[in-house]
Design a protein around this ligand. Structure first.
Ligand code: PLP
Length: 394
């Protein structure tokens, strides 16, 4: 089945649920057993997909996980309580004291904090690498390198990575590969089909799509599925059945939402790059972007998140730009139906590469509003910025 059909049908069993289109929400902690035999049998045979206790998942959880696994082309997917938990669980599951981890330098900042904090304290060494390294990543392999972690494009600065080349190098050395694939979502890039072992998604973003759930998913190939399960279980990670239901509902409309996010983001990006105060736009779906060739080769589409880099402008100019916006909200996260801006400074959160840009970076999430209304909001923002640059008061 093609991906749009998967999104519409996966994880639904109306005939087993009174004909009701959507799977029911099961709330559970205790699960009862009729006798000692049944209890002992269930305890001995703790397999994935069976509700033993609420923490191990309910039929709602498994319906959702089945839909995610089908969309990802994965052997199995697990739902956890946040995108960050979906990053930390497989790392914990695949690393032990004395191991070495390769982590991309432009990674989601809390991933870096986990490496420099928890993993370091537990004896795992992290080396950060340039996102543009490609097959040369093999030069950083050590005998104890266990995991190569990628994120493409980075969610602030949007550098692409040569994923197939890196996966091939890691395979040869017996190194597990993981990717934070939140930007593309499994709708536009299915890492497991490209040889990546574990595909991570902040379901908080496009899977949910409505800015009202925090959740993560970890999709894995057959070889690593049990390791991921064990980590999720031992860490006590959990996704609530209500949230599984909501994210599954969000997934049903991804096939119409994402193309619109893509189209609007390109429209905004093309308009923004023409403004004299703009240094450059960071968006791999723009033909002039340095990551464009990789994006075109490997991805099936683009979503709505990109950044705009300003020329040198003063802080009060940036403040005038963002403070009066009518449609763009300012805040963390993205992937919902609404447009957002977020000022960011990548410079202090890098070690393997240095961030050079003449002025501030503004991350933009293109929502589902009419693009002309969004451009009008941006146009007014440039108007306020120009008043400051002209020496007046905004
Ligand atoms: C938001 C985000 C996460 C974390 O998701 P949470 O649900 O907020 O924990 C991880 N990676 C990327 C790229 C993200 O944008």
């Amino acid at each position: 089945m093609k991906r749009d059909t998967v999104l519409t049908h996966a994880g639904r069993y109306p005939r087993q649920n009174h004909g009701i289109v959507n799977p029911p929400v099961y709330h559970a902690s205790t699960v009862l057993y009729p006798n000692l035999d049944a209890y002992e049998a269930a305890q001995k045979k703790r397999e994935y997909g069976k509700t033993f206790y609420g923490l191990s998942g309910t039929p709602t959880t498994f319906s959702f996980e089945e839909a995610v696994a089908k969309l990802e082309g994965a052997f199995r997917a697990r739902a956890v309580g946040s995108g960050l938990a979906a990053i930390t669980a497989p790392l914990v599951g695949c690393l032990k004291a004395g191991d070495h981890l390769l982590m991309v330098d432009n990674t989601y900042a809390p991933s870096r904090r986990f490496c420099d904090g928890v993993l370091k304290r537990y004896g795992v060494e992290t080396t950060y690498y340039d996102p543009g390294i490609g097959a040369d990543v093999a030069r950083l392999f050590k005998p104890n390198t266990r995991v190569l972690f990628m994120e493409a494009p980075g969610s602030l600065t949007f550098e692409m990575q040569d994923i197939p080349a890196m996966v091939a190098a890691a395979r040869k050395a017996g190194i597990v590969t993981m990717i934070d694939n939140t930007w593309a979502s499994p709708y536009y890039f299915r890492p497991i089909e490209h040889g990546v072992d574990i595909s991570i998604q902040a379901a908080t973003k496009y899977l949910c799509g409505h800015s009202d759930v925090i959740m993560g998913t970890v999709a894995s190939n057959e070889a690593l599925a049990d390791k991921v399960d064990a980590a999720v279980r031992d860490l006590g990670f959990f996704a609530s059945p209500d949230d599984c239901y909501l994210v599954m509902r969000g997934m049903r409309t991804m096939a119409v939402r994402l193309p619109r996010h893509w189209e609007t983001s390109l429209k905004l990006a093309r308009w923004l790059r023409e403004q004299p105060e703009v240094d450059r736009v960071y968006h791999p779906a723009l033909p002039e972007d340095p990551g464009h060739a990789l994006w075109k080769r490997d991805f099936e589409g683009s979503t709505g998140l990109f950044s705009v880099g300003f020329k040198a402008i003063p802080r009060d100019g940036l403040a005038a730009f963002v403070d009066g916006m009518k449609l763009f909200g300012m805040g963390a996260s993205w992937g919902g139906f609404e447009s957002l801006v977020l000022p960011a400074n990548p410079a202090p959160i890098r070690t393997a590469t240095s961030w050079k840009a003449p002025g501030p970076l503004l991350r933009i999430h293109a929502g589902l509003e009419d693009p002309d209304d969004l451009i009008a909001d941006l146009d007014a923002a440039f108007g306020r910025l120009r008043v400051v640059l002209g020496g007046g008061k905004a």
